[in-house]
Ligand binder design. Structure first.
Ligand SMILES: O=C[C@H](O)COP(=O)(O)O
Length: 236
């Protein structure tokens, strides 16, 4: 298992990398849940990641990026995603307002046929009904998505307050059986780490829980990032 940490600056990315985080998520954290980070800042972070890769050739770092909680049009979607893939982002995370909408499907197919890898972000209600979830995951796997994750938009409560553990276990198990890289995030604190790690997803995603007062717009707290990686090392 890995931990993913959402970063919004080079300083935060360097902190996460030096702590041992291997999934670096580029995200504007001052608003929304899946807001797109400024392109110049994104490029600077990718440059920092590439420097780290050169210095640590054995480290397997993956960079993901979000492109917004929604998108105005298919051309805008292709531009937001394609630009990031071309600059070195490994995986684009798409909200349900994009991957779940019929009008975006042609654009998504186009992106999937290029070198872009995609993660479909599901909201907690989409995990509530097992039969429907099974259909969604089969469809995403068939279409060539690299992964799926569950994440929340409202961060005052952790994911575990919104979904029964049983639903999360089913989600992870079904996704893994379809060879989808699977993650869980959503207002997670350290207190949820062991319980969710026991479900054995591919990764747990963090931001709010690593910031002062659980406020994700605040900078990452180095001690918390190091503690998270220490917790990870205890189970891996
Ligand atoms: O993808 C991971 C999310 O950015 C986690 O953010 P959060 O802990 O504020 O829900």
């Amino acid at each position: 298992m890995q931990v993913l940490v959402s970063v919004s600056s080079v300083q935060e990315a360097e902190l996460a990398l030096s702590a041992g985080v291997r999934l670096i998520d580029l995200k504007e954290t001052s608003y929304g849940a899946l807001a797109a980070l400024d392109l110049d800042v994104s490029q600077s972070i990718i440059d920092a990641v590439n420097r780290y890769r050169q210095q640590h050739p054995d480290s397997a770092i993956t960079v993901s990026a979000t492109i917004g909680d929604d998108c105005a049009s298919v051309p805008a979607f292709l531009q937001l995603s394609g630009t990031r893939c071309n600059m070195g982002v490994d995986v684009i995370k798409l909200p349900e307002t994009i991957w779940g909408q019929e009008n975006f499907q042609t654009g998504i197919t186009l992106l999937l046929s290029s070198h872009c890898r995609l993660i479909a972000v599901l909201s907690p209600p989409s995990l509530a009904e097992k039969d429907r979830l099974q259909g969604i995951l089969h469809d995403l796997a068939r279409r060539g998505y690299w992964g799926v994750m569950v994440d929340t938009t409202e961060k005052s409560q952790p994911l575990t307050a919104l979904l029964a553990l049983d639903a999360l276990v089913y989600f992870v198990g079904m996704a893994r059986s379809l060879n989808l890289y699977v993650g869980m995030a959503g207002g997670l604190r350290m207190a949820q780490f062991e319980q969710l790690a026991a479900i054995a997803p591919d990764y747990l995603g963090f931001r709010s829980g690593l910031c002062a007062n659980q406020r994700r717009e605040q900078p990452l707290i180095p001690e918390k990032v190091h503690l998270l990686v220490e917790k990870l090392s205890q189970i891996c």
